[in-house]
Write a new protein. Sequence first.
Length: 264
Amino acid sequence: MTDHHSGAPGSGDPGTGDNTRWIRRYNPREDAAVRLVCMPHAGGSASYFLPVARAMPATVDVLAVQYPGRQDRLREPAVGTISELADAVFAALLPWADRPLGLFGHSMGAAVAFEVARRFEREKGLVAAALFASGRRAPSTHRVETTHLRDDDGLLDDIRQLSGTDAAVLADEEILRMVLPAVRVDYRAIETYVPEPGPPLRCPVHALVGDADPKATVEEAEAWRDATEGPFELKVYSGGHFYLVDHQTDVLHRIANALFAPPT
């Protein structure tokens, strides 16, 4: 991140405390020039970004955020609002801000990434290297969404339609019973999320979206332009909400290039 104020960006050891719970580093790159922080979708986990950590060039150190209520944090209660989630992620990332941070979020993760970027600018005067908002409508747009109010079958129907969850997981009733409470909390958090008024970001924003995404239209993704006074780019891929599965190589190439693009 770019430091617009004096003083250290953060303190503490990244390998201790909350950082070991919240931040996963599957392929450490000690000499990387920039870090890429990946924030999962509703119901998603840090391990979703394992392929990203393996595929990124050695110049990028990939950090994946692990929300409570899933995998090894299954027994912890899921966080109920995007604001609280962003507060916790921001705090956990402070020790990692010793070099520029790029923030990538898919779906709900894009809203978390946006709020984390706001907190870095507001609290530390640090501007992200770039914000990548994937599969999510811009903060300035609004929809009435009530999927979190459905029963378990209704919630599962939405998950299946988005095709972002392994079919084997959806077919395993025992696993579903374990993860559905956290998924529901995630859905409630993102569906009730209303951004607080504030100045636009100063970092570059890259919006990525599938042309058939039921959760974000191209127009709603284009509106991310208003979220920053910095450079903006929109990339539309073929596909639905999880377009990035089919376009992984291009998406990662685009992210890596953008992280090292000269400021404009």
